[in-house]
Design a protein around this ligand. Structure first.
Ligand code: FES
Length: 159
């Protein structure tokens, strides 16, 4: 009996270690190098970029996986980054053919180029999700990529 009880901490540690990757499925990716400033159009037109980074999924680590996408746009004060996922239900938002706004193909939400809802009939509960962006070393565009819960007014990061 005493011997069996003595082994319990070791079993608990083993189970915790075994299940640890399941708790690490998603995590904050921190700042990710997305592109160079020279690849962003002058004049404020947005351009879509895939965001690639290390991704841990259970017991598997992917070194250079697509983890999402962003629209980047030069502004007067720097660079704006918007997550392409629609805050209504997560569909990827498109740039309208005339380049004047973003349009979601799923339920017709419409956003200005700065990500603000521009049609009161849009079902999106909030503006497009702005992300932290930094220009480093003169021309490297780094983005703090995050996903946020769709379908709610508050901008809540997905853990
Ligand atoms: S997912 Fe974009 S409007 Fe519904």
């Amino acid at each position: 009996m005493v011997a069996a009880l003595a082994g319990l901490p070791a079993v608990g540690t083993g189970v915790t270690t075994l299940l640890d990757p399941l708790r690490r499925r998603r995590r904050d990716t921190g700042m990710v190098l997305v592109t160079r400033l020279a690849l962003l159009p002058e004049g404020g037109s947005p351009r879509k970029f895939t965001v690639r980074a290390e991704r841990v999924d259970g017991w598997t680590t992917y070194d250079d996986a697509a983890i999402g996408a962003v629209y980047l746009r030069r502004t007067g004060s720097g660079v704006q980054a918007l997550n392409v996922a629609c805050p209504h239900a997560g569909c990827f938002v498109n740039l309208a053919p005339d380049g004047s706004r973003f349009a979601c193909p799923c339920h017709k939400s419409s956003f200005d180029l700065d990500g603000r809802i521009n049609d009161p009939a849009s079902p999106a509960p909030r503006d497009m999700d702005a992300l932290d962006v930094q220009v480093r070393n003169g021309d490297e565009v780094w983005v703090g990529f995050r996903n946020f819960r769709p379908g709610q007014k508050e901008k809540t990061p997905v853990a």
